[in-house]
Design a protein around this ligand. Sequence first.
Ligand code: KIV
Length: 266
Amino acid sequence: MDRKRVTIPQLTEWKKNQRKITALTAYDYTFARLLDESGIDVILVGDSAGMVAMGYENTLPVTMDEMIHYTRGVRRGVQQALLVGDMPFMSYHTSAEDTIRNAGRFIQEGGAEAVKMEGGSRVLDKISAVIQAGISVMGHVGLTPQSVHQFGGYRVQGKNYLDARQIKKDGLDLQKAGVFSLVLEGIPMDLAAEITAELEIPTIGIGAGPYCDGQILVTQDMLGMNLDFAPKFVKKYGELGTTIRSAVQDYVDEVQSGGFPDEAHS
Ligand code: KIV
């Protein structure tokens, strides 16, 4: 396995060579270190932290200060992977000046190498401003969770002709603006395949089928830690939720029965 630090130009190279890109989310040092040591290419400090780490109903309440806090922890655990910080709701919606300042915080305070921003044409000017300021941006189109209320829930996007054309146009516009990769979330796999074939930058899919240049999942979902969340696109590579519960129950039983600490652990 290539254990050199992953760079942005390398992702484009991997697309050309048809080498799939692997990405997962992290919100703290311990998980980041485990992912990094396992050879993951890209670690995203996602605003999914709002749901996974904070228990919010959606990602909308997440603040810049919270995201910087998570990114700083993750940074310390990452040696090889490309570290991307996710710009939260309202951090890139008011002015270009605010947007650049917030993106800059991910780099200066969080230690990220790039930021991710949701949306297409509507936020193109803000994305361009960040890129012009010298900060690399990962785009994100399709089912963009920060627009959950506008979508009326977490629904697959791009199912009708006009929506599909708009998503594809957004992807092309974002590439033109200079994003280095594009997350395609919750869109039909044929549309994801079409966009992937058309773009020179790599696409990273989540709930978008197998034809993207890479894949991303929320780590806690793919490890089976979120016991009551099982969407179709998540494959569980572990049952850590069950493992953790069982270990904690053993601990509770042993402390209560006097089995822990025994001599060996005293
Ligand atoms: O916030 C997040 O974790 C994300 C990824 C799942 C793409 O946006």
